[in-house]
Design a binder for this molecule. Structure first.
Ligand SMILES: NC(=O)c1ccc[n+]([C@@H]2O[C@H](COP(=O)([O-])OP(=O)(O)OC[C@H]3O[C@@H](n4cnc5c(N)ncnc54)[C@H](OP(=O)(O)O)[C@@H]3O)[C@@H](O)[C@H]2O)c1
Length: 243
């Protein structure tokens, strides 16, 4: 089998879809994870790609996902934890039940989904393996109307750094990217609404990111050359937030 075996979560749309294309373009075989949306397998260059379906909030489904992807790819060389949800749940506007539900749903997918998938994927990974987590600028800048999202990404950053240390002896590098606004379904409503211009003006470049720009950075962090980036959380926000 040629190329590496790359498992990408949330690859049906947005950043994940751009990631699948970018890895396929360089000759890797991609396990395109999806849940409700169709997997865009037909648009990927090369061969050896497979679609794998799972709700990441379900730990049993996550385990089946890892095993299925590993079986189809002949092991997992690269895992990209990209899938995520972004819920609007301002603390002052919700009932206690709604507040709890938003936290549970967000943490189940964004943080526990990634943590569980790493645990399940590890037995299928070899030295030279790479794990890249898609975090967010919101982990550092705060998310006043989506606090569970900000906290889930801050947790993902801490998970990244802890596992970078824990997995280095196994030759596996663990990194994260922290994008600002990216043009995807997750942000369409914001970008096309009355706040769109203000959002674009957050960056001195006067725009938001394209999914392909995030994909190129992830491809680098997943490359054999990037072992020494392990533990890094790479800001990709067009200088819209400096820390
Ligand atoms: N867009 C931005 O501005 C931005 C900025 C910073 C960070 N990020 C992060 O980048 C990542 C990708 O974002 P995006 O903008 O590309 O999002 P998106 O267009 O909304 O796509 C989200 C993806 O996550 C999957 N997903 C959601 N809930 C799931 C669940 N319970 N189980 C399995 N899969 C699930 C979706 O799968 P299905 O559609 O198949 O159900 C979809 O493929 C996320 O982690 C997000 O937090 C995005």
């Amino acid at each position: 089998m040629s190329g590496r075996g790359v498992l990408i979560t949330g690859a049906s749309r947005g950043i994940g879809r751009a990631l699948a294309t970018a890895f396929a373009q360089q000759g890797d075989r991609v396990a395109v994870h999806h849940r409700g949306s169709p997997a865009p397998l037909g648009e990927l260059p090369g061969d050896g790609h497979v679609a794998v379906r799972a709700d990441l909030a379900d730990p049993g489904a996550v385990r089946r996902l890892a095993d299925e992807a590993a079986q189809a790819l002949g092991g997992i060389d690269v895992l990209v934890n990209n899938a995520g949800v972004f819920l609007h749940h301002p603390v002052t506007d919700l009932t206690y039940e709604e507040w709890q539900a938003a936290w549970r749903q967000t943490l189940d997918v964004n943080l526990l989904g990634a943590a569980n998938l790493i645990w399940c994927a590890l037995p299928h990974m070899r030295p030279g393996g790479r794990i890249v987590n898609v975090s967010s600028r919101g982990a550092f800048r705060g998310e006043p109307d989506s606090p569970a999202y900000g906290a889930s990404k801050a947790g993902l950053n801490a998970l990244t750094q802890s596992l970078a240390v824990a997995l280095a002896p196994r030759g596996i590098a663990v990194t994260a990217v922290a994008p600002g606004f990216v043009e995807t379904d997750m942000t369409t409503e914001h970008l096309t609404g009355p706040a769109g211009d203000d959002i674009r003006a957050q960056s001195p470049f006067g725009r938001v990111a394209r999914p392909g720009e995030i994909a190129e950075a992830v491809v680098y962090l997943a490359s054999p050359a990037a072992e020494w980036a392990s533990g890094a959380i790479l800001d990709l926000n067009g200088a819209s937030y400096l820390r």
